[in-house]
Design a protein around this ligand. Structure first.
Ligand code: HEC
Ligand code: HEC
Length: 324
């Protein structure tokens, strides 16, 4: 009996040593680097339609995370992410050739936005990837990054380097990996099929599920509907004044979701202007989305078809605030 116990304890000891060894390896290795990718040579034509579309999409995604106080995309502290990821700063993505992306090709930008990999194989694990955005929409973003719009004009200003936590490094060494570059064209669904179109606007274009699901670390960017707690909300973020906030349940569950709370018109107003039916303001990190009424209305039709999740997020939110 004693011998069995001793072998058992030695076994546990070995596991603990192996775990500590792996953690120190992760701490030293940091965010891993991959083989430099083979990037297609693509030239994106800057048509007026693309520039207009690209500006709108950048407003929804890139500007919130990359814009400094002067409205230039020189990088900033990402304050709405939970602290477990470390102290994260975005980077200068103006056209400056040294500190910005002035020397990146169109193909390298597309590749990075899809996969998270830079041309030297270094990996941006925290920056969201736009895995299911349509080719045309993503090309519009790149066309806009190359335009003479004020936010992307060359600037030498730089944000501090990110200090990734051991947890963030652990994630980047285990579950968060570069995504594959799509082998098939990704097209915008026909807008007359309101549900299919709405699914694209929600998942591919707006990436609403990234915030409105259970957890940033349990997502499936290639098949968003497999994300844990898809549109059930509850993901913890931070408000502008650094308080915990939980994302809303957007499924049509009558009691805890938006089933009874929003008509289509009210939903459109909420997403475009951040105002609830009772007149209260929807707080940051939710932000007013520059979308058309038809696009937001289509999201509403799509959400009706998403499996309902019972998740009383406002209750969780009150508890968290009360315990502070
Ligand atoms: C949630 C915040 C967030 C959003 C949204 C976001 N970024 Fe980023 N971005 C980051 C962070 C953080 C980094 C630094 C990545 C790292 O080192 O892991 C980064 C890095 C980059 C880089 C690499 C720059 C370099 O010099 O290596 C590019 C290019 C970039 N972002 C472009 C974009 C574009 C274009 C958009 C909009 C379509 C966008 N980002 C949206 C946070 C964000
Ligand atoms: C950066 C994270 C983030 C993204 C992206 C995001 N949201 Fe939100 N959203 C939130 C948070 C946080 C709240 C809760 C705000 C509050 O409690 O005041 C919220 C609240 C809402 C509400 C109000 C719900 C209620 O209970 O009254 C609606 C509607 C909504 N979001 C829709 C959307 C849609 C549609 C998209 C995509 C087009 C989207 N959100 C993208 C973070 C986000």
């Amino acid at each position: 009996m004693k011998k069995v116990l001793r072998i058992f304890l030695i076994g546990i000891g070995l596991v603990v040593v192996a775990l500590l060894g792996f953690l120190s390896f992760v701490a030293i290795r940091g965010i891993p680097t991959y083989d430099p990718p083979v990037v297609q040579d693509i030239t994106i034509e800057a048509t007026p339609a693309r520039l207009e579309r690209g500006a709108k999409i950048a407003q929804m995604h890139c500007i919130a995370c990359h814009s400094d106080k002067n409205n230039q995309l020189t990088g900033k502290h990402i304050s709405d992410l939970p602290g477990v990821f470390g102290t994260i700063y975005s980077m200068n993505i103006t056209q400056d050739k040294e500190v910005g992306i002035g020397n990146w090709t169109d193909g390298e930008l597309l590749y990075f936005l899809r996969t998270g990999l830079r041309k030297d194989g270094s990996f941006a694990g925290i920056m969201p990837k736009f895995a299911t955005m349509a080719d045309e929409d993503l090309k519009s973003v790149v066309a806009w990054l190359r335009s003479d719009a004020f936010p992307v004009q060359a600037s030498k200003k730089e944000a501090p380097k990110s200090d990734f936590s051991l947890f963030a490094k652990l994630l980047a060494n285990t579950v968060i990996k570069p995504l594959p570059y799509p082998q098939q064209p990704i097209v915008i669904p026909d807008s007359t099929d309101e549900v299919a179109f709405g699914r694209y606007v929600a998942d591919g274009l707006g990436t609403c599920f990234v915030c409105h699901s259970a957890d940033f670390t349990k997502q499936d960017p290639l098949k968003p509907e497999l994300t844990v707690g898809y549109y059930g909300g509850g993901n913890e973020m931070k408000t502008a004044d650094n308080k915990p906030i939980f994302t809303a349940n957007l499924t049509f569950d009558e009691e805890t979701g938006i089933g009874k709370k929003y008509t289509k018109e009210q939903f459109i107003k909420a997403v475009k202007a951040c105002v609830r039916p009772d007149g209260s303001l929807i707080r940051s990190p939710m932000f007013p989305h520059q979308m058309t009424d038809y696009e937001v209305g289509a999201i509403y039709e799509y959400l009706k078809t998403v499996p309902k999740i019972r998740n009383d997020v406002p209750g969780k939110e009150r508890e968290a605030l009360a315990s502070k």
